[in-house]
Write a protein that binds this ligand. Structure first.
Ligand code: 5MM
Length: 341
């Protein structure tokens, strides 16, 4: 029997759990491996991700879903077990990044549009057969005093909504990820500017999702938090970030949406945890708020691993610690003292 989209979405945002974004494309994982001096080979990518998926405590207690890159979806662990089976046996849902990346938007200097709609219906059918039950598509929105243009917002929002409809048709829950960048160029925008842009983008996204008949109960939104640019003169603490982000979400996201799982976007590990915790501490929100972090869940584990087999246990411990901290934040129950654990 086909699983219901609503049930898969609920599983992905269940209390105290969140999503591990391990869908770095080959180019992005190369950057991560370069930072620890590890060769970007298929075997190293497999070993690193196998380490994450075999971190039992993290996977059982804090990870409800894993976003994979296409290569990982069909990959086997060193002992021959499909990596998808490791994820499933930990009670998590396997997911797949289906976009083909952000390309330059024509006649719009410095802006991008995400591509990958051509042939997506057929690809989704195959991903479903391979075990994927949710997908991810990321639209990238540049921000400064003049950008984003209305053209960039509309192009990305339209692609996100077309993608989401195709996923639901295939029995796959779409993660809809419109990311207003925090580390763009020059990246000195204020939190107020991020608030204004994020609100505008999310209004457009939900208008388009509605036009494409996307069922809100069967999707998960993956937005940026409302934060100042990385180079902004005035940075913001967790309470300020939480107040801005929750205000924007309340104005734009219908309560029928199954849940909201944030990206970390370049925040430090602890910032991403503290900001999520501050939002959940507000309470009485219409949707569960959780994490779908890439860097903020993996940075410590990547460093601890360093490409060496003898470091696997240390890397698992680092990943588990970070995952449990975020699990506490998803319940609004994190505090800085727990970091010492
Ligand atoms: C894990 O990184 C994802 C893939 O990036 P590329 O397509 O550029 O290789 C990325 O989309 C990620 O899923 C989200 O941006 C969230 O990651 P962060 O690190 O921002 O939490």
């Amino acid at each position: 029997m086909t699983e219901r989209l609503e049930d898969i979405a609920q599983q992905m945002v269940q209390p105290g759990q969140g999503i591990l974004a391990a869908d770095e494309s080959t180019g992005t994982i190369k950057k991560r491996f370069d930072s620890i001096g590890v060769e970007n080979s298929e075997e190293n990518r497999r070993d690193y991700r196998e380490m994450l998926f075999r971190s039992q405590d993290a996977m059982n207690r804090a990870i409800s879903g894993v976003i994979l890159f296409e290569e990982t979806l069909g990959q086997k662990a060193a002992d021959g077990t499909p990596l998808v089976d490791l994820i499933k046996s930990a009670g998590a849902v396997p997911g797949i990044k289906v976009d083909k990346g952000a390309q330059d938007l024509s006649l719009r200097a410095g802006e991008k549009v995400t591509e990958g709609l051509d042939g997506l219906r057929e690809r989704l059918e195959n991903y479903y057969k391979q075990g994927a039950r949710f997908a991810k598509w990321r639209g990238v929105i540049a921000i400064d005093k003049d950008r984003p243009s209305e053209g960039a917002i509309r192009a990305n929002s339209h692609a996100l909504s077309r993608y989401a409809a195709l996923c639901q048709e295939a029995g796959i829950v779409p993660i809809v990820e419109p990311e207003v960048l925090m580390d763009g160029d020059p990246g000195d925008h204020s939190i107020e500017r991020c608030h204004e842009v994020t609100e505008h983008v999310l209004h457009q996204v939900f208008k388009d999702l509605n036009s494409q008949n996307v069922k809100l109960e069967g999707m998960v939104l993956k937005p940026n938090m409302v934060v100042p640019g990385v180079n902004a003169a005035k940075q913001a603490g967790p309470e300020e970030v939480a107040a801005h982000t929750v205000a924007v979400l309340k104005r734009t996201v219908p309560s029928a949406v199954a849940g909201i799982a944030f990206l970390s976007g370049g925040q430090s590990d602890e910032e991403a945890t503290a900001n999520l915790n501050a939002m959940n501490a507000i309470g009485n929100l219409p949707w569960p708020l959780t994490y779908s972090y890439g860097r903020a869940l993996q940075a410590a584990a990547l460093k601890a691993w360093g490409g060496k087999v003898e470091n696997i246990d240390a890397a698992k411990r680092a990943f588990t610690h970070r995952a449990l901290m975020n699990s506490a934040a998803a319940k609004g129950a994190w505090n800085k003292d727990q970091e010492r654990g």
